[in-house]
Ligand binder design. Structure first.
Ligand code: NAD
Ligand code: UGA
Length: 360
């Protein structure tokens, strides 16, 4: 259908982990005309020559350029964010700005131009489980539901929650634009997507502390201990990027079913403690890099020591995906072992196995 718009979809934050995989899928066939906006194009260099893709290198705060691209689009997918936990208590103002105040003008521009918005929020909006507050077992008190579960964050001094709080507010802003000004939107709450092109390895293609998979990978390459924050007792549901992108494409393809709805996108069958994840990654490393004979060590560290003051953590995040099953017909199919192996194999392929010590 010819909408008279220059772009079918504009992806803001297209140069990151999720954006690069979304472009791979959307540009792999069909006739969609895409625009992408980001500060960086390192992870999408393979698309820059594609006639169906227009890349604009700019900051989301460059209103004139970004708003022009939005007005020329049928749908906007908004991924731009600072979403690395090590930034939440060290760059709190930037985190609140990029994830909320700096994003509000983009939401308004979508509403004013009649453009559909697909916004990537986070499972972190749920914070902690109610079970963690009252103690005892989790029975019946941990499954997270989009339209029922409360948001449970810590006090202002627990800076970790700045990101979750910013994402909560922008979700409410988007919903209010929907109710009061007719914005057509869909909000996605991703649960720990993993795969190739995640984050960076410190000292190689970035500085600081990346998310847990890259932390453990870096340690396995370097032969240093895998650090278990607060004993690694907290749990996550890791979701393979292939399954996640399937869900995103279904959301893009079904505007009516997804109109002004929020979706958990995650794999509840892939729950694991971070300590068990460390062992799983150690075993997978030995399988993928059999020539490495160095022993693998795990070391416990306090959250405040690892991330700095103000760090707190979600204890458990298991998505109820009933809504995604019902409205999208989506069901994740990639199990944890395969998802971890795919992500690690891709990273080893990209970075090499590091300074491994040959057996014998
Ligand atoms: P990412 O960090 O890989 O990508 C974010 C992109 O935004 C980067 O390419 C970055 O350059 C760009 N960006 C940041 N600030 C910008 C600015 N001021 N102007 C222009 N571009 C800017 O993150 P990701 O993992 O791809 O996540 C994408 C979105 O999904 C984020 O909103 C994140 O909060 C959300 N999310 C991701 C996950 C996950 O599992 N990866 C989980 C929960 C939520
Ligand atoms: C992540 C990020 O906030 C976001 O990118 C995103 O919104 C969301 O969750 C998501 O991916 O769904 P979190 O899961 O806490 O938050 O981030 P990770 O860095 O992946 O940490 C996972 C767990 O591993 C945490 O308990 C952390 O303390 C622990 N960890 C991390 C370690 O034990 N050791 C490390 O070396 C690194």
């Amino acid at each position: 259908m010819d909408t008279g718009k220059a772009f079918d979809i504009t992806v803001i934050g297209c140069g990151g982990f999720i954006g690069s995989h979304l472009l791979d899928r959307l540009l792999s066939g069909g006739e969609l005309r895409l625009c992408g906006i980001d500060l960086s194009s390192d992870k999408i260099a393979h698309h820059l020559d594609n006639d169906r893709f227009t890349f604009i290198r700019c900051d989301i705060h460059d209103r004139e350029v970004v708003h022009r691209a939005i007005a020329r689009s049928t749908t906007v997918v908004l991924l731009a964010a600072l979403c690395n936990p090590s930034q939440y208590n060290t760059r709190t103002l930037d985190v609140i700005d990029v994830n909320c105040s700096g994003t509000i003008p983009l939401v308004r521009a979508c509403a004013e131009s009649g453009v559909r918005l697909v916004y990537f929020s986070t499972c972190e909006v749920y914070g902690r489980t109610t079970a963690s507050l009252v103690g005892g077992d989790y029975s019946g008190r941990y499954l997270l539901r989009e339209d029922e579960s409360p948001f449970i964050l810590g006090p202002v001094s627990a800076l970790r929650w700045s990101y979750a709080c910013a994402k909560q507010l922008i979700e409410r802003v988007i919903d209010a634009f929907g109710r009061e000004q007719g914005l057509e939107y869909t909000v996605v709450r991703p649960f720990n997507f993993i795969g190739s092109r995640m984050d960076f390895l410190p000292g190689i293609d970035g500085e600081g502390v990346p998310r847990v998979l890259a932390c453990f990978l870096g340690a396995l390459r370097d032969g240093t201990p895998l650090m278990l924050v607060d004993g690694g007792r907290n749990r996550r549901c890791f979701t393979a990027i292939g399954d996640a992108i399937d869900a995103c494409v279904r959301i893009l393809d079904r505007p009516d079913a997804c109109r002004n709805r929020i979706f958990n996108i995650g794999n509840p069958a892939n729950e694991i403690t971070i300590a068990d994840l460390a062992w799983l990654m150690a075993d997978t490393w030995h399988r993928l890099v059999p020539q490495d004979s160095r022993p693998i060590a795990l070391r416990e560290v306090a959250g405040a020591e690892f991330y700095g003051q103000g760090y707190e953590d979600s204890d458990r995040r298991v998505p109820d995906i009933g809504k995604a099953q019902r409205y999208l017909g989506w069901q994740p199919s990639i199990g944890l072992d395969d998802a971890i192996e795919q992500a690690m194999a891709a990273a080893i392929d990209h970075y090499g196995p590091g300074p491994v010590q040959a057996k014998g």
